[in-house]
Design a protein around this ligand. Structure first.
Ligand code: 5GP
Length: 140
């Protein structure tokens, strides 16, 4: 077992506010609450990020994330939800234990979370070459 903060939470070494738990998955409130109800869903087993986690376990984690998102709509008055994971420091990951953020969104409330994807105005003729580059090592 690694010694990141989520492993410590899973081991009961530091406290957390639990939303859901089963044999393989734990969901806790994020200490920062970027939006009200901001939840982190993670496998109990240690994988540094989604790219290293077995697909069956990724599915278990996302099943729980979906249900928590649905619950936020029904019982917290959320009008939308962002469900996302950061993989790697360059993608903003700060805790190296795979986790999915569930961020309930509320009309007219931006709180502490914003996603902006800039349109870099790529040369559309370059798109097929970019897709080809990705496909080169796409394995199923
Ligand atoms: P990341 O940037 O790795 O995608 O997200 C890590 C998240 O973990 C952050 O949103 C941060 O607020 C949260 N976090 C860090 N330490 C703790 C902690 O000790 N307890 C809880 N509940 N959340 C934490």
């Amino acid at each position: 077992m690694a010694d990141d903060v989520f492993c410590m939470i899973i081991n009961g070494e530091i406290p957390s506010t639990k939303v859901y738990e089963d044999d393989a998955v734990l969901a806790i409130l994020d200490i920062s609450q970027a939006t009200r109800g901001h939840t982190l869903v993670m496998p109990k087993a240690h994988y540094s990020n989604i790219l290293h986690c077995p697909p069956e376990l990724v599915h278990r984690v996302y099943d729980v994330a979906q249900k928590i998102g649905q619950a936020a709509i029904v019982s917290m008055g959320a009008t939308g939800v962002n469900i996302l994971t950061n993989a790697g420091e360059s993608a903003g990951q700060t805790v190296p234990h795979f986790h999915v953020h569930v961020l309930p969104r509320y009309d007219h409330e931006n709180n502490g979370f914003e996603i902006t994807m800039k349109d870099n105005k790529p040369d559309t003729l370059a798109l097929p070459a970019i897709a080809e580059e990705l496909r080169k090592n796409l394995k199923f």
